[in-house]
Design a protein around this ligand. Sequence first.
Ligand code: HEM
Length: 338
Amino acid sequence: MTQPVLSAAAAACALCTLNAFAQTPATAGVDPNVFLNQFESTFGKFEGFRRSGAKGICATGEFVGAADARALSTASAFSGRPVPVVVRFSVGGANPKAPDNTRSQRNLALQFNLPDGEQWQLGNISAPVFGASSPQQFFGRLASLQPDPATKMPDAAKVKAFADANPEVLLQGRYFASQPVPASFGAVNYWGVHAFGFVNASGSKQFGKWIFEPVGGVQGLTDDEAKAKGPNFLFDDLRQRVKDGKVAFNFNLQLAQADDRIDSATVPLPEGRRKVNLGLLKITSVAEDGGGACLTITYNPLVLPKGIEPSADPMIAARAAPYAIGLGRRLTEGARQQ
Ligand code: HEM
């Protein structure tokens, strides 16, 4: 495969990342190199691949913002004019051969290319919660799962001790166990899991958590169907559905109320919070192979447009540096995703 060259978008994004660092509090928590080393010790090192969301595919999309979104935020993403989007779909985890037919995480990463070089990057997952509420807790969980060199398996006592002391690390796994295997990258919900502030023209800020919900509805597979599909069906399924014009998501925002917790990726907003439609994302093309513009992007949730602000959730800022280090490692090794 050809050596990836940093695209103009990726180069622009490198600047976004620098800007994002400028806004990052100094208390990000865990050294990003140590974090990345722990990913590799726990899950294995797969050269060139993302250390999380390794198996993936690039796509392109178009987003059109809705009038209700303009009332909430001045972000140019919501102008109502079509915005080009660099999309990446992936299967959760560090293993590039992760099977498509198990009850595990799917990801939807987006880069909105906005007027005047502005960008908005969003990394979304197919669960309403993340597996940890702070970088230290996430690091501790990964360390507890590190295989013992003798048995090549995690030490069950260590895993249990950590989870007993940090019960929220089990919530995400429980959610996946309760759901069927997604029938398609285009037929599952993707949550942002963090709260962000939406700032409008009069300066008022509304916090909320977003969800990308498939227009055609959520579709799951029975266990027999999942078995019959085998471990590699998601890429071809996506190409076919996009060719048929069938992959689109409503970008919806659940609005937080005054006493809701908005600083935790393991605590969803209460059921029944008002949901506002921010616009429609249509997927317009899918890469034929492992290449494409998404390959050299790291989707950093601190790359935000004017009109959108991070909440106090410590996990938002904690993602920026490990992603940048991860991008550096995989570019040096020769970036790949299939
Ligand atoms: C401190 C906490 C976290 C760390 C250290 C971490 C680490 C990573 C790393 C190293 C990557 C690969 C980046 C790259 O090579 O470009 C990644 C990808 C990803 N992470 Fe995280 N992550 C964290 C929290 C989260 C949270 C809270 C979410 C929830 C939305 C999340 C969602 C994703 C997604 C969707 C991807 C794949 C994005 C893509 O397609 O490029 N991560 N993460």
